[in-house]
Structures are given as C-alpha cells and as structure tokens.
Design a protein around this ligand. Structure first.
Ligand code: WT7
Length: 656
C-alpha cells in the first residue's frame, strides 16, 4: 500500500460560525457543548451509547452486555431484543405523530403520494404478511431491485419486521450485477417493479430481473414480487412471479414486529473493494438502529416541523440510513423523490423544495457541481426560503462548490453539514453539528460524539498537524459493519490488517487519505486504494476490468479514474486487444456498451485507450498510479524505479 496518492495542497482558511439565532434553537448549541459531550463519550464510549440506547429506542428486552469487543468482532447490546421496524413505526402510533407524514413521495412524472405513520405501518404490515405467505422466514435474504417509490421503503421495513435480511441492489445496476449479488446472498425472494422512471424514460427493472434469473442462474430464488409502477407490459412467470397489489388485497394488516436479537443481521449491502468481487457489507440491528437514529437527530438538528429530503437512491447506504431508518426512527417526515435533474426539467429539485417547503436538504458534491453548471437562474426562480440546513456526502467537496451551495442554495443562512462516512460505517463519522460546529469549506470537521478518529501512518502512529496519512477509527461504534457476508477473512484483511494493531489495540482502516489541521479538523483527501469515485459512488477497478476482459476482443485491461468536473472521477480504460481485433471507434463503442450491460451505466468508461502494453512492475503488477497520471494528462512525477519497461510509458503517451 502506497502513501495517499492525493497530496494535500488545499489551504482553506475561511470559517463559518453558526448564527446565534440558529444555535439558540438547536439541540446542541455551541462548540463547548459539543466538546463536553464528546469528552464524556470518549472517556467511556460504551456507557455513552448505552445511555442513549435506553433513552431513545424501544427495547422488548434490555441487553446484558453493552459491548463485547473481540477484535475485529464487535457485538453491541448483547442479549437485547429490538425491532427497527417497530422503532420506525409502531412506537409513533401511540403519539400525535400517528397521522404525521412519514413519507412524502414525488414521482418523476409528477404524481405524488403521502403516507402518514399509520398508513405506512399498515402497508408495511401487509407486505410483511405477504412475505410470510411466500415462505420468507427470519434470517432469509430478500433481494430488492426497485425504483425510488414508497414500496422500496415499505419492502425494507417489511423485511426488518419479520427478521428477513434485505439486500438492496441499485436499480441502475445491470442484470449481471444483480445476478452476482443475488447469488452471493442466496436470496429467496426478489422484490422489484415492472419499471421505473429515469430521465423521462422507462427503466425496465422486471426484464432485468428475468435476465438475471434466466436458466435458473440463482436457484435459491423461488418467487418474484412485482410492484406495478409504469404499467408497461412485462412477462409474469407463472408459479414464480406475483403482483404485489394482488397479494396486498387479501393481506392482513396485523403483523406484530418480531423481537430480534440486537446482533441479528438487518441487511447486506454490496460495495466495491479494491480487489475481487463486491463485498457484501453486513449490518446488524440494535447498534445500527441507535447510531443512525442519533446521527440523524443531531447532525440534522431534527425538529418535528422539518421536511427532510435526502436525494440519494435507496440502493445506496445513504438511502438506507438517511432516507429510511434514521429519519423514521426519529418520527421525522422523509421526502423521497423519484426524479433527477434532466433536460426537460433541470430545475426539478428546486420545484420539490418549494412545493413541500423542504427544510433540510442532503445531497452530493456531484449534484452540486451539476447545479453550478446549470446556472443560478434555476434555483433563483424558486422560493428556497424554507431551507435551514444543507448537507453533503460522497466525496470531498471542493471549497468553491461549498461556497456556491452556501450562497446560492443556502442564501448564506443555512449551515452546511459535510458528512464523511461509508457503507461500512453505517452512519456519519465526521460531521459538523449545525448549531455548534464552525464549518470550513471542504472539511468534514470533527468526529461525531463517541467516535475516536485519527490520522496515522502505516505503523499506526498519529501523524502531525497538517500531515497526510490514513484515516482510522480507534474504538468500535454501534453501526460498524460486522463482516463481509460469507467471508469473514476478507473483512479482517480489508479493514483491520493494513495498520497493525498496537499493544493489542485494533484500528479500523477506512481506506481514505486525510489530514488534520491545527484545530483538529479533518480534511478527507479521497481513496488510497484502487477504487474510482464516480458521482460519489465507489467502483472497484477490478470489477470494470473483469467486465472488459470478459469481451472476446480484450486481452488485458487496466482501469483508472481521471478527474472530472461533474462526476468527480470518470473511468478511463487502457486496453490490450487480442491479436485478431483492430482498435477503432466502433470497437470503443462496443466495449463501452459491454461495460454498461455487465455492470451498469454508472461504470461506462468515458475514455478507452488501446495500447500494445501496460506499465507493470517487475512482479507483473499494473502500475495504476502511472496510468492515472497519463489519463489526467499529468507529468509522471512519482517513483518509476519498479517499472519493468520504461518505453511503455512513452508509447502510451504518444498514443493518447
Ligand atoms: C467513500 C465511501 C457514505 C455514503 C456515500 C458513499 C468518500 C464519503 C465523504 C465526505 C470526503 C467522502 C470516502 C469514503 N466520502 N463522504 N463527506 N468527504 N469523502 O458511500 O460508497 O461507501 O463510499 O466515499 O472516500 O471512503 P461509499
């Protein structure tokens, strides 16, 4: 593992303090108050979390042990009985929130739906009974391949209610990617829709499911439950496929939540690692419930009057933790929007903010850069005065984009919460608390109370102020991933072995480079492994390379990221062809399309470069660092002494 590849040259000095009026009404009102909570939590993290778990969540039975830490195995609230669907739904029904909007949904074509807590509870119970009727029992895995419609959240909560483990696969992934994930998790049931709307076109989800399951490719799947969304014609395989609305008609709305062990698996979500196939990140119940609950409450300073909108897709962890579980556990109103800015309606996000009076808006730098490109006129034409907090996640936000967000969207009055976290962490790790933390554009600021974060070198020693190093977490936290599904050894290797334990103390290795400034603020610099961040989503280079090599024309492929104004990074593929193929535009197109059908549009190479050779070390490892320089059109500055054949670089440069 090399040092972080991104040198920190950023020296941002601007600081923005929360305004007095905002702080006065906030849950946590000053940096001193944050520091007090932080110090208390750091002194005894387990006691800190136990106090909150007791105060904030409903437990059917209390735990015996707060934390059982046998590195790298953490168990939280051992012996406790809990159900996250109960905490998200049932407990609100005995309060005035019973008829409060739980989900406000806006479809891309302009249709909309609001579900109160009582209505959402009813539909979740019905779907839970349907799952039971289809033979799904506690511990079974259920694959979800859904558009952004309320039924996606309903299906997740229904699984949680009966103790089934959901595995949501992003609706933009291809049939092949879906098949791999369903196989790895040995899903028993798949929940999908006929189709969904994206950028004024229909995405035919059910057809992709049919393709994924063709020839009995995933023998564990016995049924497919289909929600009618677009009404397009689809094939329904008799005996296997069932319409959700048919089964709902006769499904009882009485389905008590199953008391789960705190450590029972809640869901699997696949994420890219630097090598090999995607990792099935496993999250469990009690700790995840508590952590997403607390981070939503404090980072977004939740109030009962808030209309909270996270623009992520439920197919990502952001959708899991901060559209569904965190907000609903708090009894908040969570807005779900099916659409994305598109040529026919580039200002649609601001229409949604205005229409529903959104108060908290949480999105990604890639979206912010797209807004900037579309111009100020669009947001300026709408009334955005309801907004009071803005959030960002997914990749480092550059200070100028931060300033634009602050000025144009936030009207200079909304604190920006830049939240650093990962699929693996379950919830926010570094984040401002909006009434307390002075923000600096581009910094995710300080750790959430209870999180002991640091920047270290490869020996695990803390580096000095403003020195680059590896971002690590030094104490277990409730929503940390528990394992890679079916591969505990990979979990250990990926996260716990890069930095050797010191005096028996294990640290969690996040895979990001970072530095800490003189005020203790964290500046995350990006991934240090071979992972490309496209629109804030991690794509493993290995996966894209494998997809390319699966095409008969490709002998060898190396994939790197190249800085991209809009997407953060775009995919550049270096290709060595089999001898009976010739390079050219036609083949370039074919290969791009091949990646789309193997993985999905998100992984489409922006650029394909044909070559006779690739820069390799003497041991045969492709030197991606050099390819990254080439792709970005930069000078090659780093060490090339391990390179087997220097002339390869010159040839590649000439060919560019
Ligand atoms: C990686 C995790 C967590 C939901 C979205 C992506 C990068 C995430 C930030 C931020 C700088 C960030 C990191 C991290 N990242 N948030 N606020 N500042 N970098 O989830 O796919 O698991 O990716 O996204 O590199 O490791 P993910």
């Amino acid at each position: 593992m090399s040092q972080p590849t991104i040198e920190s040259i950023l020296q941002e000095k601007r600081t923005f303090s929360p305004n007095a009026e905002f702080s006065r009404d906030a849950r946590i009102q000053s940096i001193e108050e944050y520091q007090k909570i932080y110090d208390r939590a750091a002194a005894d993290p387990a006691a800190f979390w136990a106090e909150l778990a007791e105060r904030e969540l409903h437990w059917f039975e209390k735990w015996d042990t707060i934390l059982d830490w046998q590195p790298p195995v953490a168990k939280w609230f051992v012996g406790g009985k809990i159900n996250i669907s109960y905490n998200c739904l049932d407990r609100h029904l005995t309060t005035w929130r019973k008829n409060k909007a739980a989900l406000i949904w806006e479809g891309e074509p302009g249709d909309s739906r609001t579900l109160t807590y009582a209505q959402l509870h009813r539909e979740v119970c019905q779907m839970a009974n349907v799952l039971k009727q289809l033979g799904v029992t506690k511990g079974d895995r259920v694959g979800l391949y859904m558009p952004m419609i309320p039924e996606a959240a309903i299906a997740m909560l229904a699984c949680a209610r009966i103790g089934a483990v959901h595995s949501v696969v992003f609706g933009g992934f291809s049939a092949e990617a879906l098949r791999d994930r369903l196989s790895d998790g040995e899903a028993k049931l798949v929940i999908t829709a006929d189709g969904g709307y994206r950028k004024d076109a229909i995405v035919s989800l059910k057809a992709q499911v049919d393709k994924a399951l063709a020839n009995d490719a995933v023998p564990s799947v016995t049924n497919v439950l289909v929600v009618k969304r677009t009404g397009e014609a689809i094939d329904m395989e008799s005996g296997r496929d069932r319409w959700w609305h048919d089964l709902q008609q006769t499904a009882s709305a009485d389905c008590p939540a199953e008391p789960m062990d705190s450590e029972d698996m809640l869901f699997i979500l696949y994420t890219s690692g630097s090598t090999g196939k995607p990792k099935g990140v496993v999250h469990t119940t009690g700790g995840y419930n508590l952590y997403t609950h607390m981070t939503t409450q404090w980072t977004f300073d939740l109030k009962d009057t808030d209309v909270y909108w996270c623009t992520a897709d439920v197919g990502w962890i952001t959708g899991h933790s901060y559209i569904v579980y965190g907000p609903l556990s708090n009894g908040a109103t969570s807005l779900m929007y099916e659409g994305v800015p598109r040529p026919s309606n580039p200002g649609c996000f601001w229409d949604v903010v205005e229409k529903y009076g959104v108060t908290i808006f949480y999105t990604a730098p890639t979206a912010i850069r797209a807004f900037i490109k579309m111009g100020e006129a669009l947001p300026k034409a709408r009334d955005l005065s309801s907004l009071r907090i803005l959030g960002t996640v997914g990749e480092p936000i550059n200070p100028e984009a931060w300033m634009w967000y602050h000025q144009v969207i936030g009207g200079e009055r909304c604190p920006i919460v830049d939240t650093w976290w990962q699929t693996e962490t379950g919830g926010f790790m570094l984040t401002p608390l909006p009434g307390a933390t002075p923000t600096k554009p581009g910094s995710a600021t300080l750790p959430f109370p209870g999180i002991i974060a640091d920047v270290v070198d490869l020996d695990g020693n803390s580096v000095g102020d403003n020195e680059g190093g590896y971002l690590v977490v030094k104490h277990p936290w409730p929503s940390m991933m528990r394992t890679v599904y079916g591969d505990f050894d990979r979990f250990r290797r990926s996260y716990w072995e890069h930095i050797p334990p010191k005096d028996g103390k294990y640290v969690y290795f996040a895979g990001d480079g970072a530095r800490r400034d003189e005020d203790g603020y964290f500046w995350v610099m990006g991934r240090v492994d071979d992972v490309i961040s496209v629109s804030g989503h991690r794509l493993g280079t290995m996966e894209i390379e494998s997809a390319l090599v699966s095409h008969p024309a490709v002998a060898e492929a190396a994939v790197v990221g190249k800085p991209d104004d809009l997407k953060g990074e775009s995919v550049v593929a270096f290709i060595i062809l089999e001898s009976n193929y010739t390079a050219g535009e036609e083949l370039e197109k074919t290969l791009k399309q091949h990646v789309v059908s193997e993985i999905g549009a998100i992984a489409r190479p922006g650029d394909i470069r044909f070559s006779d050779d690739l820069p390799k070390t003497r041991s045969g490892k492709i030197m991606r660092r050099l390819l990254r320089n080439l792709a970005a059109g930069e000078e090659i500055t780093g060490d090339t002494s391990t390179l087997q054949d220097r002339s390869v670089l010159d040839k590649l440069r000439e060919g560019a």
